[in-house]
Design a protein around this ligand. Structure first.
Ligand SMILES: *[C@@H]1O[C@H](CO)[C@@H](O)[C@H](O)[C@H]1NC(C)=O
Ligand SMILES: *[C@@H]1O[C@H](CO)[C@@H](O)[C@H](O)[C@H]1NC(C)=O
Ligand SMILES: *[C@@H]1O[C@H](CO)[C@@H](O)[C@H](O)[C@H]1NC(C)=O
Ligand SMILES: *[C@@H]1O[C@H](CO)[C@@H](O)[C@H](O)[C@H]1NC(C)=O
Ligand SMILES: *[C@@H]1O[C@H](CO)[C@@H](O)[C@H](O)[C@H]1NC(C)=O
Ligand SMILES: *[C@@H]1O[C@H](CO)[C@@H](O)[C@H](O)[C@H]1NC(C)=O
Ligand SMILES: *[C@@H]1O[C@H](CO)[C@@H](O)[C@H](O)[C@H]1NC(C)=O
Ligand SMILES: *[C@@H]1O[C@H](CO)[C@@H](O)[C@H](O)[C@H]1NC(C)=O
Ligand SMILES: *[C@@H]1O[C@H](CO)[C@@H](O)[C@H](O)[C@H]1NC(C)=O
Length: 833
């Protein structure tokens, strides 16, 4: 009667009826007429029952029932994935329990069966499970062992017994991820966790007893390669009220509550937990590894390559010294899922592989086997580079004097944990790969592409040569065609040629295709519109169209080359460009979290950035600007720092965009520059006097910092006249010493960190001084934000940046206002560089 379309109704009915039945009838499950013992030959088919039973609502189709245990087909609600399994059904305890069945054993968790599958207890004494195509899924392999019957005991053990009532086979000998009261794990047996909370197949964690030394060990790895927990049985009794260690290295749950039902389960997160039925629900009574392991000691606590910090959640490995990030977070909303390499490691070209050292971390698991006799770090690293299956290497030197060391290669990526000082020197290196330019011709002629036999290989080589030649011919022909079609006026475009390291040159057509005919507009900047696109290789890009600047100039390409050569982690990277006739387009890496303004001005609590994130963003903007101002060959003044020009990548790393564009369009268009550059409200007061130094960026940075801290726009016309301008409001609040009033009101986390936020407001005040010479340079700002100022003997920073003592507003027509501070800053800071 349970038919797909009426499932909801049926479900409701099921719930209602079962409660009804249960309150009417007693809780003795025998009343439902299921036996606890059967004799062969008999079989059961997994079908939806014709008469309604409350079992069905619990997803169980019973075969044997005894006490609190039921054995039968257990189906997920759709009934498509079923297991032959045993569940605890705490029926004798209260009437709610049918909805809390807990599976404690299953026969076929790696191969679920569907409707029509058949369990057969044959005359030969074999218990077999076949799916609806009669394919054998599971069997007890007990043919010829004189099996006389099968019973489910009141402890939840399924037993096949012979004529002497001797046990031939029992489910207790084949545990899955649970141990119930009365069940003992002995050496040779293993608990194996589920893959995940939703994927119930056998996972990576296991728990067992080492027969040779009597240790209890928990391990990770498809081949149980690494232990993350080891404990000698008899030494442990701290938590023994929850489990007992029996003589002969047996381990099992202990009925400390002296009532009800309990079980121990190895979770898919590697924790071993004790559950008990308490007050009509399953309660986690204890975590059995708790005394020995902390949260970061579990091998995959932060997923692959994730770095666990105590109390600080999960992160990805930091970028290397060239600021190239090699790893990205798989899911920003769920950092526990770990990180993936930006470029997967392919063993083909080891010349592109290198080892990235990550400092102050160690592998999550501490029990590393010493299975190599390498004793120096360089050989250890080299050995990993030479071994394709090595994904990371851990080197420890315990006692250099005696050469005690450990070199461990990992073939399966795990989590790492932040670590302070250890008594040994520890190094962790991750294998990373730089991107490879694919070489289609080499690929084409590679013999590996063709079948192994010699004769066919020859044919393959010949074919490849022919194909290769055709391909080259085609290339030459295409180039020739392009050459003769070329408009002579465009000759300048060839200026760039193809120098490696420079941005890629795209044709207009290519970008048209990549952006799907410029259909997905991301935004509009001072220079033109920005569109989202995808390159054929799959890379996401943002394409900026520079419109209305007339024909492409030679200087354009030179400037593109300059901008394209600026690489910094906190600058949006220019990956390519297009210069064709009057089309000037810039191709940037795509930043999936958009611009900062969408995050700091938004009132949606779910989207609001917390204080730590905002502080990080402030530091990162400062980093990017400091690099533009002094870190690269050519000083670049941005001139248009505002939240719209700060972009956020998938990990909320801030990157400054749009730098260098004023130079792109050329000096002769300086009129364009002054009309388009600089956004009212963010422009420093000296703009009007045409004294343009990099300090104009520092001023704008100060405004952005203030906006980040206050969570409001610099100019907000929806507010009362006197509060509309953030800078004048800030000035007033500073005079009254009421910094606190300004902290983002819509964000609790900002409010609870108000003290630190106010400190940061002083930084903003420092940058907003009317006299540009008094503003700090960006590099000083970075040092200050990083808390490294004490190291600078040159400057006396025993006083933090002063809160502006005397503030005055200059009545500029634009919204620009200025703050002058008492000159506590040493004059050596002054003056543009
Ligand atoms: C069933 O559970 C509910 C809530 O979990 C509880 O309020 C109720 O008392 C339980 N019924 C019985 C008979 O225990
Ligand atoms: C339940 O199993 C026990 C053995 O553990 C057995 O003695 C008892 O008779 C069984 N109960 C029923 C109702 O079959
Ligand atoms: C096996 O147990 C059953 C009941 O538990 C009993 O009736 C029977 O006599 C026993 N058989 C032997 C050989 O002990
Ligand atoms: C593991 O999978 C079984 C089904 O095979 C399920 O009953 C059990 O609740 C799962 N355990 C965990 C910890 O998710
Ligand atoms: C068990 O312990 C012995 C001795 O410590 C060790 O050599 C062996 O590798 C361990 N076995 C397993 C499976 O961990
Ligand atoms: C685990 O071991 C089996 C054989 O023992 C091997 O076939 C398999 O590739 C190994 N898996 C990994 C991930 O090393
Ligand atoms: C360890 O060293 C010995 C000789 O010193 C050598 O024969 C053996 O191959 C080495 N083993 C490994 C795993 O490098
Ligand atoms: C490569 O490393 C794996 C483990 O990461 C190891 O099992 C294997 O023996 C190594 N191969 C060589 C040739 O050293
Ligand atoms: C090159 O070879 C690799 C594997 O050898 C293959 O995955 C890839 O598709 C090939 N590329 C081309 C363009 O044929």
């Amino acid at each position: 009667m349970v038919v797909g379309g009426r499932r909801n109704t049926v479900c409701f009915l099921a719930t209602f009826l079962s409660l009804f039945i249960m309150s009417l009838l007693l809780t003795n499950v025998e009343a439902f007429g299921y036996p606890s013992t059967v004799m062969p030959s008999v079989s059961w088919t997994n079908v939806v029952p014709t008469d309604f039973s409350f079992w069905e609502s619990a997803g169980v189709r019973p075969i044997l029932v005894n006490g609190s245990f039921v054995c039968g087909f257990h189906c997920k609600f759709e009934g498509t994935a079923c297991l032959f399994a045993i569940s605890i059904f705490p029926s004798s305890l209260d009437s709610n329990s049918s909805f809390s069945t807990q599976m404690v054993w299953s026969a076929n968790r790696n191969k679920p069966i569907g409707l029509g599958a058949k369990l057969q207890f044959s005359q030969e004494g074999d218990l077999t499970l076949e799916d609806d195509h009669d394919t054998l899924v599971w069997s007890t392999n007990t043919i010829g062992k004189f099996v006389l019957g099968m019973k489910l005991t009141h402890q939840g053990n399924l037993i096949l017994f012979d004529g002497n009532n001797k046990t031939v086979w029992q489910s207790f000998d084949h545990p899955t991820d649970c141990l119930v009261l009365g069940q003992r794990l002995v050496s040779g047996q293993k608990l194996k966790a589920n893959m995940s909370s939703t994927d119930w197949t056998e996972g990576l964690y296991s728990f067992s007893i080492n027969s040779s030394n009597g240790y209890f060990v928990a391990s990770i790895g498809s081949n149980a390669t690494l232990d993350y927990y080891q404990s000698y049985g008899s030494q442990r009794n701290k938590r023994s009220q929850f489990y007992a260690i029996f003589s002969d290295n047996k381990f099992g749950p202990f009925n400390f509550l002296r009532a009800g039902v309990s079980f121990i389960q190895l979770g898919s997160d590697g924790h071993l937990r004790y559950f008990s039925w308490v007050e009509s629900e399953w309660k986690e009574v204890d975590d059995l590894f708790k005394d020995e392991l902390n949260q970061c000691d579990y091998p995959l606590v932060c997923g692959e390559y994730g770095i666990c910090s105590m109390g600080g959640g999960c992160n990805c490995p930091e970028p290397d010294e060239n600021n190239i990030a090699h790893f990205k977070m798989i899911n920003f909303d769920n950092p526990d899922l770990g990180c993936s390499p930006n470029v997967p490691i392919s063993c083909e070209s080891s010349s592109h592989e290198s080892l990235l050292e990550i400092k102050h971390v160690s592998l999550s698991t501490s029990y590393l086997p010493d299975n190599s006799n390498i004793t120096d770090i360089e050989s250890c690293k080299q050995a990993c580079l030479n071994n394709c299956s090595c994904k990371y290497v851990v080197f420890r030197s315990y006692n250099p004097m005696f050469g005690q060391s450990l070199c461990f290669f990992g073939s399966e990526a795990l989590s790492f944990k932040r670590e302070g000082d250890t008594y040994y020197n520890s190094f962790v290196f991750l294998k990373v790969q730089s991107s490879i330019v694919p070489n289609p011709q080499r690929n084409l002629s590679s013999p590996a592409h063709f079948p192994q036999t010699k004769k066919r290989q020859n044919v393959g080589v010949i074919l490849a040569i022919i194909l290769g030649a055709t391909f080259i011919g085609f290339l030459i022909f295409t180039v020739f065609l392009l050459k003769i079609k070329k408009d002579p006026k465009d000759v300048e475009e060839d200026y760039l040629g193809h120098i490696s390291g420079t941005p890629t040159r795209f044709s207009y057509e290519e970008l048209k295709v990549a952006t799907n005919n410029f259909s997905n507009k991301l935004g509009e900047g001072g220079f033109g519109c920005v569109f989202q696109g995808t390159l054929p290789c799959g890379a996401q890009i943002a394409v900026k169209c520079l419109d209305g600047f007339g024909p492409v100039k030679k200087s354009f390409i030179a400037e593109v080359e300059t901008i394209g050569s600026i690489h910094h982690f906190n600058l949006v990277r220019l990956v390519g460009f297009c210069a064709e006739k009057s089309h000037m387009l810039l191709v940037y890496e795509y930043m999936c979290n958009g611009s900062l303004d969408q995050w700091i001005f938004c009132r949606d609590k779910a989207l609001a950035l917390g204080w730590q994130c905002r502080r990080k963003i402030i530091l990162e903007i400062a980093n990017g600007l400091a690099y533009l101002h002094g870190g690269c060959r050519q000083k670049i003044i941005h001139l248009d720092i505002k939240p719209q020009n700060i972009l956020l990548d998938e990990n909320f790393n801030a990157k400054v965009s749009d730098f260098g564009l004023s130079k792109l369009v050329g000096r002769e268009q300086s009129q364009v520059v002054t009309t388009m550059r600089g956004t009212p409200g963010y422009m420093a007061p000296e703009w009007l006097n045409s004294v343009i130094t990099e300090k104009v960026d520092v001023y704008s940075f100060g405004i952005v910092v203030l906006e980040i801290l206050c969570g409001r726009k610099n100019v907000d016309r929806s507010l009362p006249e006197e509060d509309a301008h953030l800078v004048s409001l800030f000035k007033r609040k500073v005079e009254d010493g009421q910094f606190l009033d300004l902290v983002d009101k819509y964000n609790e986390e900002m409010q609870s960190n108000a003290v630190e936020v106010v400190e940061m407001m002083k930084v903003a005040a420092w940058c907003l001084q009317g006299e540009y010479a008094k503003r700090p340079s960006m590099s000083i700002m970075v040092k200050f934000l990083e808390g490294k100022m004490d190291d600078e003997n040159e400057y006396d920073f025993s006083n933090p940046p002063p809160p502006p003592a005397e503030v005055e507003t200059h009545g500029h027509q634009m919204d620009a206002a200025a703050i002058t501070a008492s000159p506590l800053i040493p004059s050596i800071l002054s003056g543009p560089r």
